[in-house]
Design a protein around this ligand. Structure first.
Ligand SMILES: N[C@@H](CCC(=O)N[C@@H](CS)C(=O)NCC(=O)O)C(=O)O
Length: 204
């Protein structure tokens, strides 16, 4: 299998963490998938018309995207056990969607600085994206700590990837600070971000 990949992408990182947890990093060949809406990567658009990574190309040539599809596929292939059934499964899927939505907002802020000429930058729109992240952090602290302190799911991976991404891009894109503001989340993250799968997939 081939994975269209960029080391700084949090959505790619979700996939890499699942591979690490399953002990299966060797099954994918990493291919550079760097691109932006202004400069799409042709290897990526060949397989995913919307031009986004991660995109997993199976051995028969079939392309799988987006990150949630790929992580579910890998989980089912390798029995990683990150997608529980029943009520816990719906909670897990919702937590993953929440963190992905917050990451989308973070990436739009990064693109605003990276892709849009300074004279067109729209501060109110940037603040709107940052507010999505801040509201999400409040909800993670208020409503999700029981889940996060329970058995490991994909939602845990997404939350860890999100928090690290906020640290990674805070300075560049003015992303909201979570350290020192959400004690439950910070306590959970202090342990989770040190786990081997998270350490092995640091954004770069
Ligand atoms: N919902 C998608 C989001 C993926 C995404 O936004 N990827 C970014 C890199 S982090 C990308 O490929 N951007 C290129 C573009 O938007 O043209 C997923 O979960 O895979």
């Amino acid at each position: 299998m081939k994975l269209l990949h960029v080391g700084a992408s949090p959505f790619v990182r979700k996939v890499m963490v699942v591979l690490e947890l399953a002990g299966q990093t060797q099954v994918v060949e990493l291919i550079d998938g760097m691109g932006t809406p202004l400069a799409p990567n042709s290897d990526v658009t060949t397989h995913n018309p919307v031009g986004k990574i991660p995109c997993l190309i199976l051995d028969d040539g079939q392309a799988l995207f987006d990150s949630r599809v790929i992580t579910r596929y890998l989980d089912s292939q390798f029995g990683a056990g990150l997608y529980p059934d029943g009520d816990a499964g719906w909670k897990n899927a919702t937590l993953e969607a929440l963190c992905d939505g917050m990451l989308d907002a973070g990436i739009l802020c990064v693109y605003e600085f990276r892709c849009r000429p300074e004279e067109y930058r729209y501060d109110e729109w940037l603040e709107g994206q940052r507010a999505k992240i801040s509201r999400g952090l409040e909800v993670l602290e208020r409503e999700w700590l029981d889940h996060l302190n329970g058995p490991m799911t994909m939602g845990h991976v997404s939350t860890g990837v999100l928090l690290d991404y906020l640290d990674f891009r805070r300075e560049f894109a003015g992303l909201p600070e979570w350290r020192g503001k959400y004690p439950g989340l910070e306590k959970w993250a202090a342990e989770f971000l040190q786990t081997p799968a998270m350490q092995a997939t640091q954004p770069a």
